[in-house]
Write a protein that binds this ligand. Structure first.
Ligand code: B16
Ligand code: MG
Length: 217
């Protein structure tokens, strides 16, 4: 058995964009007079833009029409794009390039499974587009994380069988999605929060391919 592909989440795994999402939602919430804090923000990790907006609006105390929601989501996205426009390779998280490079060296395909429709621009600005064989287009994923769809789509994109894939996530919903896809789940972040993962590391800098149990490599 061998690892055929390594699949990566973006925000919180490869890139330090979690804060950019947070600041963009905070700006929108302040503008609209809606309560928002870091605890609510935790629930938005790995969740699509529209689903994140629904969570934000839980505290608004009023109903919003579909058109209003579309405009609010577009507003948040504009704020987010203002920030990601100035991303550079310095905004990569520790270990990201090392692990991507190690996959390349060992002939392991690499794919990106991010819920973010901005992922291609983020990847380009971070300078790691050449290190990724496939980027899932989040627009075409009907069932979001914790459904396995985005990870299965990533595996298909690099022509790898799910059981030979390892996948990295910082969100609980993402770990559940990986497990549902029957892949090895590697959590990046808090061990307690990501306890459903097969392994958890504080960051990619603490991980190396040699840590994958021999029967998988
Ligand atoms: P966008 P990931 C997710 O990315 C973020 O964690 C989540 O906070 C965000 O709402 C979502 O992407 C959608 O992003 O608004 O740019 O389409 O963690 O799956 O890489
Ligand atoms: Mg994430």
């Amino acid at each position: 058995m061998h690892v055929a592909a390594a699949i990566f989440d973006l925000d919180g795994v490869l890139a330090d964009t979690t804060q950019a999402h947070y600041l963009s939602w905070l700006r929108l919430a302040k503008e609209k007079g809606i309560y928002f804090d870091k605890q609510i923000n935790e629930r938005l990790k790995g969740v699509s833009r529209m689903a994140s907006l629904e969570i934000l609006l839980e505290r608004s105390g009023r109903e919003f029409s579909a058109a209003e929601k579309a405009s609010l989501a577009a507003g948040k996205n504009n704020y987010y794009r203002e920030i990601i426009g100035s991303l550079t390779p310095e905004d990569l998280l520790p270990g990201a390039v090392t692990v991507l490079d190690a996959c390349r060296t060992r002939g392991i395909k690499t794919a990106l499974a991010s819920a973010s429709e901005n992922a291609p621009d983020v990847i380009k600005n971070l300078g790691i587009a050449p290190l990724l064989d496939y980027i899932v287009d989040a627009k075409y994923i009907t069932n979001p994380k914790p459904h396995p769809d985005i990870f299965l789509s990533a595996a298909m994109g690099v022509d790898a069988e799910p059981r030979f894939c390892i996948a990295f996530e910082d969100a609980e919903a993402g770990i559940r999605a990986i497990r549902a896809a029957k892949m090895m789940a590697i959590g990046i972040g808090c061990r307690k929060r990501l306890c459903q993962a097969d392994m958890v590391f504080a960051s990619l800098a603490d991980f190396s391919l040699g840590m994958i149990p021999p029967f998988c490599v």
